[in-house]
Design a protein around this ligand. Sequence first.
Ligand SMILES: *Cc1c(COP(=O)(O)O)cnc(C)c1O
Length: 499
Amino acid sequence: MTDQFTQSPDRTLDPQDWDGMRQLAHRMVDDGIARLQGLRDGPVWQPMPQDMRVAFAGPVPLGPEPLEDVYADVMAHVLPHAMGNIHPRFWAWYMGSGNLTGAMADFLAAIDGSNLGGGDTGANLVDRQVTDWLRQIMGFPAEASGTLVSGGSMANIIGLMAARNAMAGIDLHHAGLADMPRPLRFYASDQVHNCHMKAMNLLGLGGKALCRIPSDADFRMDVSALQTAIAADRAYGLTPACVIATAGTTNTGAIDNLTALADLCRAEGLWLHVDGCIGALLQIAPYTHDLVDGIERADSLALDLHKGLHAPFDVGCALLRDRRTHRQTFAETAEYLQTTTRGLAAAEFLHDYTLETSRGFRALKIWMMLRHHGVEAFGRIMDQTVAQARYLTSRIMAEPDLTLMAPTATTVICFRHDPGDMAEPALKAHNTEIMLRLQEGGVAVISDTTLRGKHTLRLAICNHRTRTEDLDLLLHEVLRIGHMLLAPDHETRCEPHGS
Ligand SMILES: *Cc1c(COP(=O)(O)O)cnc(C)c1O
């Protein structure tokens, strides 16, 4: 036993047949490019047949298997059943549509293999340059700092944790929330994303620390109601700490009045955090950047780069107005993680600005994408998306059987098929069926939501592949399916799903 253990040959995960591996890798690249080229011709999404699902019920693979076979399985069972968010007619929830430069960069980042927790590496310089580019793009001052994270939820947590620590009045590296004389209060509109509730939970503040301010007819935070709430909380003995503004709500794409909120926060001495996951990057749009006026005044800002920049999942960014506050929130000392004046550890530790210690090289895809396409191209795509949303809105308003359910502020369109004489529960069932048939037919993927008690279909255009004709096709299909479902003998006229 011992002999066998000590005398076993050197093992490695490197290929034994480098040439064979190279050929297979080239094929993967060719197949990947062909897939993107042919995207438009395939279904947006297709459900996996029941018998195919058994492929995912096999035992733990103890022994080896040729990589060709594993890859064949990916091509046969995984990729054909992708989410479809990279398809030109995917408009559900709010997702980016990826891009090839970013995909190649993700491969190269894995080949580089650096851990972005720190170190004097090229990767470290790329990471720092990317966050600095984002700082400049968003109009933040030179003393601001940024950190790349997994996405918008984490970027919001980074900003809110900095806000909590800065506003606590005690040192939360040592003391706990129970040591605070007066509880902190955070404020957001009733349209705020649910990741902020998770953040309140994680930060130990509890959901009740987040005061939900009503939104107005345009689904923007009612600023005078906010002012009243702050005054009432102060009178009650709470500590108003932070306003969470949303630049692009998930429900309707509405943008809170950032300038008014920045003025109010300054007057009241509150931290302004902006959740810019949907709208922040409008800042680079040549024609529509005024929609986010005032965003550069935030104390912290969450950006979602796998949405507006269409980076492959996952990458987001938190920007902090004040680098010192940022670092003070997250830096902890450790004897096994000390910087040196020379050698590999002679660089600032990037993990001092975030919760993670080891970090992947997600900076490379942003760096390569921004250089390859140029920031202006991304700005023009933002404009194009807003223009498409406005086009679709005007077409919906011109259709007697369709109702616009919220003002279109940016790139989210809420509408439903409503030929009249249907009660709310029937309208919900009817429109849900339209949505599901669009998805199951592979025609388009849209989602739904509820606005002030009313069910609505919802399109979020965050897709650089969408063309006007795709939106025309969607409306045509919504009307066709809607009318078909209401025809008295519709079941006989239904086309089978997936045809
Ligand atoms: C998408 C989104 C989030 C969450 O971002 P993830 O990247 O999914 O973690 C937060 N807030 C808003 C407004 C969003 O649209």
